[in-house]
Design a protein around this ligand. Structure first.
Ligand code: FAD
Length: 405
């Protein structure tokens, strides 16, 4: 996005990427349908960026969800709004959009240099790259860094830039998993029988540290190590923060969201006769398979024998999360370049002429198209900041020439 704005303004632009080809994570996002943005109203949209809503809101005011859809349209990619409000390309793929975009950028004179791994700066301020032909130094009037966060390192964004900036006096918040799964101490039985099984139509609630009750309906997946999936990701920032502060987090699952507690208790209190407990649970409460296994995982024998306690557990089953899964597995990263290290042009105060954009900045958002939207918008904002900065420097030079004293 930054390259596009800069080349449209007549700049010569070179894009360097460590990987053999660009935009690998963008292509991976396409495997899940490429959720480009979201169709909700501006106010709730901006609220998704939480503590960073003011900063991200400024980028979105210039290039928000509708501008993103118009931009895709101009590349020949139609978008549609899914039932949840999420916006996808008609083909639900990233490759056609990326192909058309790279073609347009190359046509506008942007040069791409793959397999160029940025190593920092040389003593004279030039950029150092490791390339297959050896180390290369490149001088530039200005630089936009868009190095990503630290998840899925094999796609290129490995977070190795953090010490490069930190040693130059740039404040960087530790990269942490966002939109991530969590570890749960499953029993051997649950892990062996149910890893890979989705738990459908549940409602999860979590009381955050500030006392707010956060509820999320949907589904999640049992994994070897714990839980992941859309329902978990939606609550993951709060869960992660709680674990960091207190060493654990307890999520409460309503395994039968369509049934109220009183009815469930009445149904479970009906005589079981010769029915096994599994049959009784299935017939009277609709609980079977992985849901029954989750119930057995947390329930004491007494709970299973008492209809009131059983019903209460079905409506509010505690699931203890011990730690987030590693950053590399997460959908995105929290942390990154601190906003206090940037000026209003997204330029690093400690490194004039170097601008930052995308996930490497210290903001986070849930899935739903909010990540790509803010990445695109910040790329444009950084490029516009860069143009303003160059313009200011040019005017200062002109003033010096006119008045050499
Ligand atoms: C599985 C998955 C699915 C996703 N689906 C969606 C989705 O549907 N919707 C959505 O909004 N978001 C989605 N995301 C998140 C989204 O893809 C990212 O937020 C976004 O790609 C970040 O863009 P970026 O340009 O900031 O960083 P990246 O896309 O990570 O790009 C950073 C680039 O910098 C390069 N780089 C890093 N370090 C160096 C270096 N030292 N030298 C040279 N090059 C370097 C990397 O090779 C990489 O190409 C998904 C993420 C994942 C992992």
């Amino acid at each position: 996005m930054a390259a596009e704005v800069l080349s449209n303004a007549g700049m010569r632009v070179d894009v360097f990427d460590a990987m053999p080809s660009v935009a690998r994570k963008f292509l991976l996002a396409g495997r899940g349908g490429l959720n480009l943005t979201h169709a909700e109203a501006p106010e709730p949209f901006v609220a998704r960026y939480g503590a960073r809503r003011a900063e991200v809101g400024r980028w979105l005011a210039e290039f928000g969800p509708q501008q993103l859809r118009d931009w895709a349209h101009a590349l020949g990619i139609e978008t549609f709004v899914g039932s949840s409000g999420r916006v996808f390309p008609q083909e639900m793929k990233a490759a056609p959009l990326l192909r058309a975009w790279l073609h347009r950028l190359r046509g506008a004179g942007v040069s791409f240099h793959a397999r160029h791994h940025w190593l920092g700066w040389d003593g004279d301020g030039s950029l150092r790259f490791a390339t297959p032909a050896g180390e290369l130094k490149v001088g530039a009037d200005a630089t936009v860094l868009a190095l990503g966060g630290g998840s899925w390192a094999r796609l290129g964004s490995d977070g190795a830039w953090v010490p490069l900036l930190a040693t130059r006096g740039v404040e960087v918040q530790t990269l942490r998993p966002a939109n991530c799964g969590f570890n749960v101490a499953w029993s051997e039985h649950l892990r062996l029988r149910f890893a890979g099984t989705p738990v459908k139509t549940v409602s999860a609630s979590f009381i955050a540290q500030d006392g707010s009750v956060n509820r999320q309906d949907g589904e999640f997946l049992i994994t070897q190590h714990g839980v992941e999936g859309s329902l978990i990701y939606a609550l993951s920032a709060l869960l992660r923060d709680c674990i960091e502060a207190s060493g654990g987090a307890v999520l409460h699952l309503d395994l039968a969201p369509g049934r109220d507690l009183a009815r469930l208790t009445r149904n479970l209190a009906q005589p079981r006769g010769r029915d096994s407990l599994s049959n009784h649970l299935r017939r009277r409460a609709g609980i079977a398979g992985v849901k029954a296994a989750l119930l057995h995982e947390s329930a004491a024998p007494d709970d299973l024998a008492t209809p009131e306690r059983l019903a209460a557990l079905i409506k509010s089953l505690p699931l203890r999360l011990t730690s987030p899964r590693p950053l590399d597995e997460a959908i995105s990263s929290a942390g990154g370049v601190d906003f206090a290290a940037l000026d209003g042009n997204l330029m690093l105060k400690a490194l004039p002429g170097t601008f930052c954009a995308g996930e490497m900045l210290d903001w986070e958002a849930p899935t739903g198209g909010y990540l790509l939207t803010a990445c695109f918008a910040s790329g444009r904002a950084a490029a516009q900041g860069l143009l303003r900065w160059l313009d200011g420097a040019k005017n200062a030079d002109a003033r010096k020439c006119a008045d050499p004293l």
